[in-house]
Write a protein that binds this ligand. Structure first.
Ligand SMILES: [Cu+2]
Length: 153
């Protein structure tokens, strides 16, 4: 075989290997074997369940449940209903940027916008550890805005 083709074939196989490896890692990390879709509240309706106040910060996620604050992790109870109220730090803090909270296993994606409360109601129907992350580029350490939360019995 011509030496030139050999190099191209090796190159194509190497690129495919990298792509399939990253796909495998992604499937492993997100564990997307099954997921349920959350329901979006209509503005003005009463918020159901326990409120989770979520604030996007450069560069972490703050969660407050029943007055208890945690950063980049939280714990929920299975088959219990929660409403996430998601926003970002307000104008004047120097960190008023838009983030976007993604929880792939529960079909949740909510923008975190300064001065705006975006709500989503959901009931986790399985126990385990699940990833959440920011999917709106929000500055230098955007990639650090991720963590894991637990759903327990
Ligand atoms: Cu962000």
């Amino acid at each position: 075989m011509n030496q030139k083709y050999k190099v191209e074939i090796i190159w194509i196989i190497a690129v495919l290997a990298v792509l399939f490896a990253s796909m495998g890692i992604n499937f492993y990390v997100t564990g997307m074997k099954s997921f349920s879709i959350a329901t979006k509240e209509t503005p003005g309706e009463n918020l159901n369940g326990t409120i989770i106040q979520v604030t996007g910060v450069q560069w972490s996620w703050s969660f407050e449940i029943n007055g208890v604050k945690s950063v980049d992790n939280f714990t929920l109870i299975v088959n219990h209903t929660y409403t996430m109220v998601v926003d970002s730090l307000p104008v004047g803090t120097g960190q008023a940027v838009i983030h976007d909270l993604l929880i792939p296993q529960f079909g949740i994606q909510v923008y975190a916008v300064p001065g705006q409360n975006n709500t989503i109601t959901f009931t986790p129907d399985k126990t385990g550890t699940f990833i959440f992350e920011c999917v709106e580029y929000c500055g230098y350490d955007h990639y650090k805005m991720r963590g894991y939360f637990s759903v327990v019995d």
